[in-house]
Design a protein around this ligand. Structure first.
Ligand code: SF4
Ligand code: SF4
Length: 453
């Protein structure tokens, strides 16, 4: 199916929307996966080259970010450092460098952890620069099939049902025995699959327990919906017992981080529009999320137009990390049981990018009398999860994971807390394969266990 708008050709293909082959990227129309309302988001021409040149100009090549870059620390190659990657993107945008497999390898090797951004005295917006660079390289990305795990994540409810059936029917054991996942090219993904507990969130609205003090909406995340039902349920229980009614809108979408960081700006924008429409219509006091990776992307929707063009997106309610939100509320102290337990705290890169993210988690854990929460030693470098990086770049992802596992082996905790779903999956896999007895949880689960609610 195709049509013309203002003399330009557009094409929509069945089962979704594809960029019309041969059309420039900005002539593609994207169809929101939201069924109602159907939302067409034209992706206007955006001068990505100008954006890259402008942003890269802020880099004074001081190199202060280099020691903070996990890939540079591992490879000791300037092209695998933030400064080197900025120079590559600058050269590409200025036309001094041609697209090449080597150039792509260095950019693909970037985790997008943005540790460099935090270290940069010139405030180079490296994350946005990288997204623009990838979009420039992959102008036809909208016409390509998404990675297999992205396709599964885009339908979290169906995927969860199929995975439960796969596990409960014994098919998983059989498939593993026969080596089928590997033969189907999903061997690595399969290693991340731990037994899924039953679905806990079954309703789209949970009333406050007792007097209502406010209303919030819960962003569940796509991987979060599949793998993190217990912490999602714990969050709802804590919120309702503190007097908040909780909406869990079933038509919410993936935050779009995977698409954005792959350079698929059109789909990222369409997902952001759909989520804005979904959550803004609820009239809540806050939108809360558990996965800090999703939260970082949700919080930056308001900046998305700098990459995609179009009007700026706006949230009608603040978007807040769940731990910080809960920590700010009045808690009836008597309802939290003291403990002498110790937990280790893993601070995901995304949490560090969120204002007061780490402080919010610490403040929530401090509500539990006697709980000893200590940050994992040398928590700085990325664990290697980084969205789909753990599948795309297995060698570096595993090298970084091995460092975290070595620290865990030394610290020997029984519980490790992390706020990001991808990190939790990656760390759980490493812990299981290393034979360590460490349980990985979201902080809200620990607080819920100690709370009478
Ligand atoms: S985002 Fe992370 S991996 Fe990429 S250049 Fe910056 S510090 Fe290095
Ligand atoms: S710290 Fe900032 S200015 Fe210095 S090299 Fe890194 S990105 Fe460039």
């Amino acid at each position: 199916m195709g049509f013309k708008i203002q003399g330009k050709r557009y094409k929509i293909q069945g089962g979704g929307v594809q960029g019309s082959p041969g059309l420039p990227h900005h002539h593609t129309l994207y169809l929101s996966p939201c069924i109602f309302p159907l939302l067409f988001v034209p992706c206007p021409p955006m001068n990505l080259k100008a954006l890259i040149i402008d942003e890269a100009d802020h880099c004074v090549k001081c190199g202060l970010c280099l020691p903070r870059c996990p890939t540079y620390v591992k490879n000791r190659n300037e092209a695998d450092s933030p400064r080197g990657r900025i120079a590559l993107m600058q050269g590409l945008a200025q036309g001094h460098l041609a697209d090449s497999p080597a150039l792509r390898r260095h950019l693909d090797g970037c985790l997008g952890c943005r540790a460099c951004e935090a270290a940069c005295p010139s405030t180079v917006a490296y994350g946005r620069l990288l997204d623009a660079g990838r979009a420039l390289l992959d102008a036809d990305v909208a016409a390509q099939a998404p990675r297999p795990e992205t396709r599964l994540l885009m339908r979290p409810r169906q995927t969860r049902r199929w995975l439960r059936l796969y596990q409960l029917s014994g098919l998983q054991r059989l498939a593993r025995t026969l080596g089928l996942p590997g033969r189907l090219g999903m061997g690595r993904q399969e290693r991340y699959l731990t037994p899924l507990p039953p679905r806990r969130l079954k309703r789209s609205f949970y009333p406050a327990r007792g007097r209502e003090r406010g209303r919030v909406a819960l962003f569940t995340g796509c991987a979060g919906w599949i793998f993190e039902q217990p912490p999602l349920a714990a969050a709802v229980r804590l919120l309702t017992s503190l007097g908040f009614a909780v909406h869990v809108p079933p038509d919410q979408q993936c935050c779009g981080a995977l698409h954005l960081h792959r350079g698929d700006l059109g789909r990222a924008r369409a997902l952001a529009e759909a989520n804005g429409r979904c959550f803004n219509s609820l009239g809540v006091d806050a939108v809360v999320y558990l996965a800090s990776g999703c939260g970082l992307t949700l919080g930056e929707y308001t900046e998305l137009h700098r990459l995609t063009g179009g009007a700026p997106l706006a949230w009608r309610a603040p978007v807040e990390e769940i731990c910080g939100f809960l920590a700010r509320q009045d808690w009836p102290e008597a309802r939290i049981r003291p403990t002498e337990a110790s937990v280790l705290l893993h601070e995901p890169c995304s949490l560090k990018q969120i204002r007061n993210g780490c402080k919010g988690v610490q403040a929530l854990l401090a509500k539990v009398p006697g709980l000893h929460a200590q940050a994992l030693a040398n928590n700085g470098p990325c664990c290697g999860a980084a969205g789909d990086y753990m599948f795309r770049e297995p060698a570096m992802a595993d090298a970084l994971l091995a460092d975290q596992i070595a620290r865990l082996r030394e610290a020997a905790p029984t519980t490790l807390l992390t706020t990001n779903t991808g990190c939790a999956l990656h760390l759980r896999r490493g812990i299981r394969e290393a034979g360590l007895a460490v349980t990985v949880r979201h902080p809200v689960e620990v607080v819920k266990i100690r709370t009478e609610c």
